[in-house]
Design a protein around this ligand. Structure first.
Ligand SMILES: Cc1cc2nc3c(=O)[nH]c(=O)nc-3n(C[C@H](O)[C@H](O)[C@H](O)COP(=O)(O)OP(=O)(O)OC[C@H]3O[C@@H](n4cnc5c(N)ncnc54)[C@H](O)[C@@H]3O)c2cc1C
Length: 164
């Protein structure tokens, strides 16, 4: 698992008009961008990749260049929002897997140990479903949700394939 710092920004409030979350995907990480408007009117922006973090100091730092990249993308996607003032920025430390998928399920080696980590930028939205599945799995020893794709053993299988 790699530690990275996603960076966020919030604008001044403007009249509420955009209900859905809007997200732009691209092969280029610096163009991958999302935003949503909260009912109080502020727009919350994220995306355009990640910044390094300092694990010894347990700090993620906001880079002004990153905020400028996000503003550039917002202006490109919705030019009418390009004049908005940023009023706050923040970052945090997060765990990413190399395939951007979480690890969920029993340990491949230690009986009774279960994993749910590496949410790779999506832990808030996945949390309720993950909690439900993990509770079922730990309580009954099985789950009706297909989670094989998230098993920890995918990394040892990949290492074996690469070595062969
Ligand atoms: C700026 C930012 C914006 C984000 N935006 C979104 C979003 O819009 N939507 C979304 O779905 N996700 C978002 N995320 C991702 C989401 O926050 C994470 O995916 C989620 O918090 C991961 O949950 P977790 O429980 O796996 O890990 P964490 O929330 O990191 O929790 C791990 C916990 O373990 C504790 N811990 C660590 N080591 C030890 C130890 N040795 N002993 C005891 N405790 C320990 C830590 O203190 C921490 O409390 C965002 C993250 C950041 C940083």
């Amino acid at each position: 698992m790699r530690a990275k710092g996603p960076q966020m920004a919030v604008t001044e409030p403007v009249p509420y008009a955009i209900a859905p979350s809007i997200s732009v995907s691209s092969e280029r990480l610096d163009e991958t961008f999302y935003f949503r408007q909260i009912t109080r009117g502020n727009l919350v922006l994220g995306g355009c990749g990640h910044e390094p973090v300092d694990l010894d100091k347990r700090r993620a730092y906001v880079r002004p260049k990153h905020t400028l990249r996000q503003l550039t993308q917002m202006t490109r996607v919705v030019p009418a929002l390009g004049h908005l003032q940023i009023i706050r920025v923040w970052s945090g430390i997060e765990g990413y897997m190399e395939d951007d998928r979480p690890v969920m399920g029993p340990s491949a080696r230690v009986p009774g140990l279960y994993y749910a980590f590496g949410f790779s930028g999506a832990g808030f939205q996945l949390g309720p479903g993950v909690g439900d599945v993990m509770a079922e799995l730990i309580h009954t020893g099985a789950t009706t949700t297909p989670i094989e794709a998230f098993h920890i053993a995918r990394f040892s299988r990949r290492a074996e394939t690469t070595a062969a």
